[in-house]
Design a protein around this ligand. Structure first.
Ligand code: HEM
Length: 427
């Protein structure tokens, strides 16, 4: 087999399949061979060039002119005619938001919309996040057993996301169905018979986003980020376009919510699997901020992202043709021993933990990173204070939604002895 540049494809590269097997189980380990032997390779099954070393992934993120983000929200698996007809029925037209917008359009839009993400603006959200987390913990603290995704980790980031965006509280189950459909639509490989159901939900999600937007336009005075954009539109109609607002209304719900829910689930799972570290943060909460960074490094919730080459170029000594699509595997970069010492060790005191690439890098680096960090920190602060004796239910199997990019266990069962709750023993 040959790559599009005519070079032969190695056996490992030919076998690479991110939708099943080792990549689903343990993505960074599944690509160790690549980091060691073939850090940029062409995957015939995917039709993408895969980039796995830290320096290369960072360089691709950094150069958003040579490596355009235009394909970031494109379907990684083209749909068949029937599913496409369903999307057309809903006038589905997801287009440029921020994450997939090219320069020179991107930067003025990003700047115009940045203020609600600044630390003083985010500080307003903290009491609400803490209250929500406390209320959820109150509901299960006496039960001795909980499935944390269902009982807290999904719902809290969703509520925070809707609040941040300014979207009225919606039926959570419906939005969960929509978000799963969006992930599989964009980053999955659904079989033809699954595609139609996914397209139905994606189409409904799109229409729902449109309706919310219409309603907001009637009264854009609210404090949300979307209303902020609507109010700016008359001043800068070429920068804040209608298409931007509709696309962002849908993509924003996923960006602000699913990412954070999955990252929090990954972090709690990891720490409970490394019990002594959990105990250390119970004893010293000052360790929590760096622990959050280390968990994002070790097991982030966006594990791979996409770019497309705008001209013939090279990564290392591998030639990438103009139009070549790239899967840049940031979780692999985060486990690159060329950059991180003992990368497969979870080290909550790691000095360069925050150099991870889980939020991307450069012009498009995640705008919501500090909101996400705040949420994960508060989850850890509340759980380590109120349930320090929390442990994983043994022998549970962790399952993941099969896709290239969004990663976190679908369920996380924990248990504890309520008689030993600090609030009872030391009220
Ligand atoms: C962009 C990850 C939470 C809003 C991104 C990118 C990644 C990412 C990988 C693309 C970066 C690049 O291309 O260089 C994450 C992770 C999160 C998270 C892992 C949680 C742990 C959030 C939250 C919000 C948000 C809570 C909103 C409230 C955005 C926006 C962009 C973005 C608006 C586009 C920025 C641009 O293109 O200029 N995020 N994100 N994210 N994220 Fe996040």
């Amino acid at each position: 087999r040959l790559s599009p540049t005519g070079c032969p494809v190695s056996a490992n590269a030919a076998a690479f399949d991110p939708f099943t097997g080792p990549y689903q189980q343990d993505p960074p380990s599944s690509l160790r061979w690549s980091r060691d032997e073939e850090p940029v390779f062409y995957s015939p099954k995917l039709g993408y060039w895969v980039v796995t070393r830290y320096e290369d992934v960072k360089a691709v993120f950094r150069d958003n002119i040579t490596f355009s983000p235009a394909n970031a929200l494109e379907k990684i698996t083209p749909f068949g005619d029937e599913a496409n007809a369903v999307l057309a029925k809903y006038d589905y037209a997801m287009d440029r938001t921020l994450v997939n917008e090219d320069e020179p359009a991107h930067m003025p839009r990003r700047r115009a919309l940045m203020e609600p993400f600044t630390p003083p603006a985010l500080a307003h959200h903290e009491p609400m996040v803490r209250r929500l987390v406390r209320e959820h913990v109150d509901r299960f603290i006496n039960n001795g057993r909980a499935e944390l995704v269902d009982e807290m980790l999904y719902e809290v980031p969703l509520t925070v996301a809707l609040h941040f965006l300014g979207v009225p509280e919606e039926d959570h189950e419906t939005l969960r169905r929509y978000s799963v459909a969006h992930t599989l639509n964009t980053w999955g490989r659904p079989a033809p018979e699954e595609q139609v159901a996914i397209a139905e939900n994606v189409g409904k999600f799109w229409q729902y986003a449109g309706k919310i937007l219409d309603k907001m336009r009637e009264d854009p005075s609210g404090p949300g980020w979307m209303q902020y954009g609507i109010r700016l539109q008359p001043e800068m109609p070429d920068i804040i376009t209608d298409s931007y607002l509709h696309s962002m209304m849908m993509a924003g719900i996923v960006a602000a919510h699913e990412t954070t829910a999955l990252a929090a689930t990954n972090a709690i799972k990891l720490l409970l699997e490394h019990r002594t570290l959990w105990e250390e943060i119970c004893d010293d909460p000052n360790l929590i901020p760096n622990t959050v960074e280390e968990c994002l490094r070790f097991s982030g919730s966006i594990i791979a992202w996409r770019r497309v080459a705008t001209k013939d170029t090279k990564i290392g000594d591998v030639e990438i043709p103009k139009g070549g699509k790239l899967l840049i595997v940031n979780t692999s970069a985060n486990h690159d021993e060329r950059f991180f010492d003992n990368p497969d060790e979870l080290d909550i005191r790691r000095e360069n933990a925050s150099d991870h690439l889980s939020f991307g890098y450069g012009a498009h680096q995640c705008m919501g990173k500090n909101l996400a960090r705040m949420e994960i920190q508060i989850f850890l602060e509340e759980l380590t204070t109120r349930l320090p004796h929390l442990e994983l239910v043994p022998d549970q199997e962790f399952t993941y939604l099969p896709n290239t990019s969004f990663r976190g266990p679908q369920q996380l069962w924990v248990q504890w002895d309520p008689a030993k709750n600090p609030e009872r023993t030391n009220p």
